[in-house]
Design a protein around this ligand. Structure first.
Ligand code: CO
Length: 458
């Protein structure tokens, strides 16, 4: 039997319409999803946390508690980025610990963590803390192709992860580039190499995802990620109903409750119709994009590159930049193109082309990366280019978070005038500016209104 994790209320709307589904909409479908018989429902983390506060004026912690109150039977799952949690810098271990503790206390059962570089040292604190508070910890390996990302590379990482105490492993194919043939080999090798369950997470962007899922299932994958049909395909996951039907009556039958899915479908269709109408959901997002298979670049990165170039009046350089991406990636030691490395490599490719000289301009993040501040690159970086950018500077070789002092108590003190709970402190630590504005409005609606009126007056 293959189990299913439902992704529509996290990855589904994150992939298709910029994570804008609000709490009321999420709650409207939770009861039916809870009755469907999933292994878990992914409801939190990723971009939902930031989006709640930044765009929806909602408290992400409150969303989690409300979803938990409705979903009484099914495990709730979240995603975060190792030592970065949901932010863009490395946090100290005590902040990671508090984040795991509060996530579990507020209703999360399964914490899925990943590191862009697959540097397992950046995942250790998350595994330890999740287990400490009784959660289930899954480590997701960022999937990419390169001369170093071989089957052996993934099997060795999987063995290390099993030894670290993770409960399961996910192959996270964020770009949707895993082919059926490679899935057969990879999943087969992983099943031989480790005992813990293997899950597959991919995207339909390139049009091959369902075939890859079938190949993975036949090779023994334990869990697959799918999204309720109105929010499936395109840049999201394959349809839950389609996969459930395709496997019906076989030895892999996920045995979902079809009545519950029937009831959930029109609710989700109405939500999707709203976002199609208001333009946040572009129908193009449902189209197959074979470019991602050619360039091995995630769909979101393609659109970001085009936007960066258009903003600079250099849209005609798009093809040149696309060809530069693999060069930069190789010189940086083949990092998988996932946040934050996708943005860093993409921006560097743009700078290399529009400045007319490679590495004449270099973003601070690339310098930090070369100093070892993000962890270990999958393959050695190009020495000549490293020297050009950071000279003979010292490079960190230890786990980057080992250099960080405990900081939770300091953050609590820093935000004592705004925060009313440890959850608030965490929101502020992750998204300082956005959370400050949000919490000020939440706790002082009066003053927020006055400011608005004042602004309207001038
Ligand atoms: Co995804």
């Amino acid at each position: 039997m293959v189990r299913i994790v439902e992704t529509s209320v996290r990855d589904g709307h994150q992939s298709l319409f910029a994570t804008r589904m609000n709490t009321e909409e999420v709650l409207s479908i939770c009861k039916e999803l809870d009755n469907a018989g999933y292994y878990a429902i992914e409801v939190w983390g990723g971009a939902t946390f930031d989006s709640c506060m930044r765009f929806l004026n909602e408290d992400p912690w409150e969303r989690l508690r409300q979803v938990r109150a409705v979903c009484k039977k099914t495990k709730l799952q979240m995603l975060f980025r190792g030592q970065n949690i949901l932010g863009y810098r490395h946090y100290s271990d005590d902040v990671v610990d508090m984040f795991c503790k509060k996530s579990i206390e507020n209703g999360i059962d399964i914490i899925r963590v990943f590191d862009a570089l697959n540097d397992v040292r950046n995942l250790k604190a998350a595994v330890t803390s999740t287990k400490k508070y009784g959660g289930e910890c899954q480590i997701a390996l960022s999937y990419t192709t390169s001369p170093v990302h071989t089957i052996d590379y993934y099997v060795n990482l999987a063995k290390e992860i099993e030894t670290m105490g993770a409960d399961s492993i996910c192959i996270k194919d964020m770009a949707g580039v895993l082919t059926p043939e490679d899935a057969t080999k990879l999943i087969g090798a992983l099943k031989k190499g480790v005992k813990i369950p293997i899950e597959l997470h991919s995207h339909c962007t390139g049009g091959i995802c369902e075939m890859t899922y079938m190949a993975a299932i036949k090779a023994g994958v334990d869990i697959i990620d799918t999204s309720l049909s109105p929010l499936s395909n395109g840049t999201a996951q394959p349809s839950t109903q389609a996969m459930n039907t395709a496997l019906k009556g076989t030895e892999y039958d996920p045995k979902l409750n079809v009545d519950a899915l029937h009831k959930a479908e029109p609710i989700m269709s109405n939500i999707v119709a709203k976002y199609l109408k208001n333009g946040l959901l572009n129908p193009k997002s449902f189209q197959v994009n074979p470019n991602i298979l050619t360039y091995q670049v995630p769909g979101g990165m393609l659109s970001n590159l085009l936007k960066q170039l258009t903003d600079q009046g250099a849209a005609d350089k798009f093809d040149e930049v696309l060809k530069e991406v693999p060069n930069v990636r190789k010189e940086m030691g083949y990092p998988p193109l996932v946040t934050p490395l996708s943005q860093m490599v993409g921006t560097q490719a743009v700078l290399n082309i529009i400045s007319g000289e490679r590495y004449k301009m270099v973003a601070k993040e690339i310098k930090d990366y070369l100093h070892g501040k993000y962890g270990k690159a999958p393959a050695p970086v190009d020495e000549a280019i490293k020297k050009k950018i950071i000279g003979d500077d010292e490079v960190i070789t230890c786990r980057p978070a080992d250099l960080l002092e405990p900081e939770f108590e300091k953050l609590k003190e820093k935000y004592k005038d705004i925060a009313r709970s440890d959850e608030d402190v965490l929101s502020l630590a992750l998204f300082e500016q956005v959370a400050t504005e949000f919490l000020q409005k939440k706790y002082n609606p009066q003053s927020a209104n006055e400011v608005e009126e004042f602004e309207m007056y001038i």
